[in-house]
Design a protein around this ligand. Structure first.
Ligand SMILES: O=C(O)CCC(=O)C(=O)O
Ligand SMILES: [Fe+2]
Length: 358
């Protein structure tokens, strides 16, 4: 997939064979990463095997990180197979989602996300507008986040349906999946660090109170008439805001990813995988060497579609300063430096502004 210069591959192989501990800082890669910036007209989304993520053999972790790097530089999306989350945990969360979205509107609207200060709770159909040029997204959602006290205005308690309204293990099932997905996210950070030629523990002190928001999403089948002018679809074209997203999608399909030619490439559901996509925090940190790629969903399957994204960002106060390896005289910094939390909060406020007060 990648068109990495031969010199670069050679350096990497040499480094992998010499490594004892990959946490030992690797000599500064200079501007190599900056020179890797591509405008990629990919036709496929790579599938990456997670098996070696925890290998004791640093060379194997290096090879895996190189695959992730190729996907991040060229596509911004990849599928992850052989991941550690049991199918039963996923199935539990999906059955919880099914129960929740079947509740009467009045019960769901009592948990309206617009009434909370920290973006937790229920979003009705057309209750958000991910693409500012759109007229609302044709999905409903339920958002939760980190329950421990955290920092910044997005931390804090989740809102849950009352036991009388939704008896049973809803909360336990959703939290079991959330915790498993957060663990998976934490284990991805060292690989992203390696992929950026950074020490594997580079993100450890930046992800101590993970800003991990998870959504249960339900997309009704889309009537062609609703989409006549193309401005109301399942989720409008957007990029995600955090470092990366761990997305589970069911078999209905409809997720599409835009390549550099503007062509929409189908992210066809592959059983047993997650879709991992990069978000704007990583794009800003890497000065766009890692791609935060535009994507959208239209559910034309004729049946209900369910998905569960978990957006994994850094701690609130972390400054998104471009890595030195990702800037060069010819590729100067593209973004103003902001803190991770303020950035996400502002993007969320814009997304939900449309229907505020409805
Ligand atoms: O439902 C999906 O497959 C994608 C959802 C998404 O892109 C998002 O929530 O940011
Ligand atoms: Fe997204």
């Amino acid at each position: 997939m990648s068109a990495r210069p031969p010199l670069f591959s050679f350096c990497h192989n040499l480094r992998a064979s010499m490594d004892q501990h990959l946490t030992i800082p690797i000599p500064a890669p200079g501007f190599l990463l900056a020179s890797e910036r591509t405008e990629s007209s990919f036709e496929q989304i790579p599938v990456i095997d997670f098996t070696d993520a925890a290998s004791k053999n640093p060379a194997k972790r290096r090879i895996l990180a190189d695959r992730i790097r190729d996907a991040c530089v060229n596509v911004g999306f990849f599928y992850l197979k052989n991941h550690p989350i049991p199918e039963s945990t996923i199935a539990g969360a999906i059955s919880a989602a099914d129960d929740f979205f079947a509740l009467p509107d009045s019960v769901k609207m009592a948990l309206d996300i617009h009434k909370t200060a920290n973006f937790k709770g229920y979003t009705a159909l057309l209750g958000e507008n991910t693409n500012p040029e759109g007229r609302g997204d044709l999905h409903e959602g339920f958002d939760i986040g980190w329950e421990e006290p955290g920092e910044g205005p997005m931390a804090g308690a989740n809102v849950w349906p009352r036991e009388a309204d939704l008896p049973g293990p809803f909360r336990d099932r959703v939290l079991a999946y959330y915790q498993a997905a957060v663990r998976l996210g934490k284990s991805l950070f060292p690989l992203f660090a390696l992929a950026l030629d950074l020490p594997e523990d580079f993100f450890d002190d930046k992800t101590t109170k993970p800003a991990a928001i998870m959504r249960l999403l339900h997309y009704p089948p889309q009537e062609p008439a609703v989409n006549d002018d193309g401005r109301i679809i399942g989720i409008g074209a957007h990029t995600d805001y955090e470092c990366f997203t761990i997305l589970w999608q069911d078999a209905a399909g409809g997720l599409q990813v835009q390549n550099a030619d503007g062509k929409w490439i189908d992210a066809v559901p592959i059983p047993g995988t997650f879709v991992i996509n990069l978000g704007d925090q990583f794009a800003r940190w890497t000065n766009d060497v890692f791609k935060s790629t535009l994507h959208r969903v239209t559910n034309r399957s004729g049946r209900e579609r369910y998905s569960m994204p978990l957006f994994f960002g850094t701690d609130y106060d972390v400054r998104l300063e471009p890595l030195p390896s990702c800037v060069s005289p010819g590729q100067p910094a593209r973004y103003e430096v902001v803190t991770a939390g303020e950035y996400v909060q502002q993007r969320l406020a814009e997304t939900y502004a449309q229907s505020k007060g409805n």
